[in-house]
Design a protein around this ligand. Structure first.
Ligand SMILES: Cc1cc2nc3c(=O)[nH]c(=O)nc-3n(C[C@H](O)[C@H](O)[C@H](O)COP(=O)(O)O)c2cc1C
Length: 151
């Protein structure tokens, strides 16, 4: 199986840690959102999209990218995010956009990520030390499940 992970990680590289952890299992290609070449999508069976969450949404570079996609066929996808709250339902909107473009979204992963947004900064931030070892293990287990779904 050929996989591609497209991610944007700006604040504390929280999402990059998760992207690396997932890719350590999938052993595919990892690219930053600004470096992606959508012409090469047909080379991949599975494409992952991830970023931190900003005001409840994925990073605009990921959203802009997917909103401009042409429709695809027979293409699987997964979504992942890190955020101060770590809520998995932050992923739902990206999942819906991908589904509207024809992707079959087979997985969604979320965990907490160190968050120094606005007022949190004064108190040294929230979700300190996240993603931690347990989060990395959960991300790897998620990737193993993706592999199983594709075997
Ligand atoms: C401007 C801004 C807005 C944010 N909005 C949210 C939010 O709505 N919900 C949340 O849980 N975390 C929020 N966060 C925290 C980030 O999602 C979190 O730090 C994330 O792990 C950053 O990922 P990165 O280090 O990969 O860029 C926000 C952070 C910033 C700087």
């Amino acid at each position: 199986m050929n996989s591609l992970i497209i991610y944007k990680s700006t604040e504390h590289k929280n999402t990059e840690k998760i992207a690396l952890g997932i890719n350590g299992i999938l052993k595919g290609k990892l690219v930053k959102a600004e470096e992606v070449n959508t012409d090469q999508f047909n080379m991949y069976d599975l494409i992952g999209f991830g970023s931190g969450i900003f005001y409840g949404k994925f990073h605009k570079s990921i959203l802009n990218l997917v909103e401009h996609f042409e429709k695809v066929e027979n293409k699987k996808a997964f979504v992942f995010s890190t955020s101060g709250q770590g809520k998995e339902n932050y992923n739902d909107s990206l999942k819906s956009i991908l589904e509207s473009k024809g992707f079959d979204v087979i997985g969604s992963f979320a965990c907490k990520g160190f968050d120094t947004f606005g007022p949190f900064k004064i108190f040294g931030g929230i979700a300190k030390g996240r993603p931690n070892e347990n989060d990395m293990k959960a991300a790897e287990d998620f990737a193993v499940k993706l592999l199983k779904k594709n075997s």
